[in-house]
Design a binder for this molecule. Structure first.
Ligand code: URA
Length: 189
């Protein structure tokens, strides 16, 4: 198995799908490479493509505020990645083939990190990782044990920006996440 740094280097020169032709940067992820908690979004947008870091636009600033409420930080105690690592042109949805090819990188990240908890940001990440017809309005904040890893989905921060009425539910979900981290993780909080 590759080390984390070897994986990052290999991923950074990936040409497995057409997205490599239009990307500026591969967005491998940000954070602590020994984190017990892994957050997973959908894919990079324009700002993320330019900076090579996930969640750096407006939704990213909201995500940082959400994390702070329960003592998490993208630079210290979690890792943040995406389902696809290169920006789909014009922010179109990634094609199934792009998702499938890119999943090999995410799977390798999960295998090396061995997180105790995976938090899916939004329906798309939850559909790929938890259940293909995941209902985010119904199933956000619930736990799913898959192969010994605890999965939960939160509303995507961009959805919270579009509909602030969802924020109280997300606050409850974050507090539940904090509880689970205290129960399950030794090094995070
Ligand atoms: N939305 C995502 O799902 N991921 C990012 O990195 C940025 C915005």
């Amino acid at each position: 198995m590759k080390t984390w740094d070897e994986l990052k280097e290999a991923c950074s020169s990936c040409t497995k799908c057409e997205l490599h032709k239009t990307r500026t940067n591969v967005v491998f992820g940000v954070g602590n490479s020994t984190a017990e908690v892994l957050f997973i979004g959908e894919g990079p947008g324009e700002s993320e493509d330019l900076k090579g870091e996930p969640f750096v636009g407006r939704a990213g600033r909201l995500l940082d505020d959400m994390l702070k409420i329960i003592g998490l930080s993208r630079t210290e105690n979690i890792f943040i990645a995406n389902i696809v690592k290169c920006r789909p042109p014009g922010n179109r949805d990634p094609l199934n083939t792009e998702r499938e090819l890119c999943y090999e990188w995410l799977k390798a990240q999960i295998d090396i990190l061995k997180p105790k908890i995976i938090v899916c940001l939004g329906r798309i990440a939850a559909a790929v990782l938890i259940n293909s017809d995941f209902k985010i309005t119904q199933d956000h904040g619930k736990w799913f044990d898959i192969d010994g890893i605890n999965y939960m989905a939160l509303y995507h921060p961009a959805a919270l920006l579009r509909d602030p009425n969802k924020k109280p539910d997300t606050f409850v979900d974050l507090k539940e996440l904090e509880r689970k981290i205290r129960e399950t993780c030794k090094r995070t909080l």
